[in-house]
Design a binder for this molecule. Structure first.
Ligand SMILES: [Zn+2]
Length: 341
């Protein structure tokens, strides 16, 4: 099969479109003909190399996958099924898995990362429990753009931050994958959403997804604007995934009893906090990583019913994965960048 692989860490030039061996099925797994695969920041990090992480080489990235089942070593999986894939792979036997918290499994992995080859390829294999059937009116590109970011946004808002109707939510970087998903999930649940972005065009698109007020993060001070827009109160929830560059302003934007949820840090790992604010305002700082398989099935119901829809920025052919990653690196996108295979 054709795949895009890298044999060493580095810049975009290490990505090679080449022949690779087809995945060999183990019992309980299915083989999927990949039709679309969406990009995530994880793809960039693993290509560049991460401290204390050894990725087996050569490696095939790609965690957000949609396609058709072409072979199965699982009993109840029929060939020809149109599916999107749960990005998380877990052991299925530990206390966390058996409690429905599979994203806390000690052996939790993500398709396209570490030991699981991903969707930058014509074929990918996955455990049968990772297959989610998609209706005929959902195209493969949007199906691939859905799982990771909507799962992440759902877990952050609904499970970690326990969003309630009528609360105020600040979503950073509306144009990012998590940003566009979080605006939609929060709006769907009756939140008043504030969103930030770096261009007028992105701010307008954030409004069209349900943002009540928008903040230009290059021209305006986010925390000052939040104070102004909420009559000095602050927001109940901040959806953080930017990290060092925004952390202080995110904390300052919280109301008393506010919750800051973070699922990533694209600008740096270190965030300081004034402990007087933490206890005095009774703040909560919450970490979030992916989400459970059950949560993806739940949020997918809103996708299939047309109540939320992943925003697709643009598509590239698989062979042009380097150009797709360049677009993600340059942060010009609004929504998901998707490879068509
Ligand atoms: Zn487990």
């Amino acid at each position: 099969m054709k795949a895009v692989r890298f044999h060493q860490h580095g810049g975009l030039d290490v990505l090679r479109y080449e022949d690779a061996p087809e995945p060999q099925l183990l019992p309980g797994e299915a083989l999927v003909r990949v039709r679309a695969c969406a990009l995530n920041h994880l793809d960039l990090w693993e290509r560049r190399g991460l401290e204390h992480v050894t990725i087996p080489m050569p490696h095939i990235s790609g965690s957000d996958i949609a396609g058709e089942v072409v072979a199965s070593a699982a009993t109840d999986v029929s060939v020809g099924r149109r599916v999107m894939l749960q990005p998380g792979v877990s052991c299925g036997r530990c206390p966390a898995c058996l409690s429905g918290k599979d994203n806390q499994c000690p052996r939790y992995e993500v398709l396209g990362y570490m030991n699981h080859a991903g969707g930058y390829a014509e074929l990918v294999k996955a455990p049968a429990e990772n297959l989610v059937s998609i209706p005929d009116d959902i195209d493969f590109v949007h199906a691939a753009a859905f799982p990771l970011t909507f799962l992440t946004a759902w877990h952050m808002l609904m499970t970690r931050a326990q969003l309630k109707r009528g609360e105020d939510v600040l979503v950073l970087a509306a144009g990012s994958g998590v940003g566009q998903a979080a605006i939609q999930v929060a709006f769907l649940h009756g939140a008043r959403v504030f969103a930030t972005a770096g261009t007028e065009d992105k701010l307008e698109r954030a409004r069209s997804l349900g943002a009540y007020e928008v903040i230009h993060h290059h021209k305006q001070d986010v925390a000052d604007q939040i104070k102004r827009l909420t009559n000095r109160r602050g927001v109940d929830i901040v959806i953080e995934h930017v990290g060092e560059a925004t952390w202080a302003k995110s904390v300052r934007s919280l109301a008393r009893g506010g919750r800051l949820v973070t699922c990533g840090a694209t600008t740096g790992w270190h965030g300081a906090i004034d402990l007087r604010a933490l206890f005095g305002k009774q703040l909560s700082i919450l970490g979030s990583y992916m989400g459970t398989k059950g949560e993806l099935l739940r949020v997918a119901r809103f996708f299939f019913a047309g109540q939320v829809k992943p925003v697709v920025d643009c598509t590239f052919p698989l062979a042009d994965a380097a150009s797709a990653q360049r677009r993600l690196e340059e942060s010009g996108q609004f929504g998901k960048i998707v490879l068509e295979v």
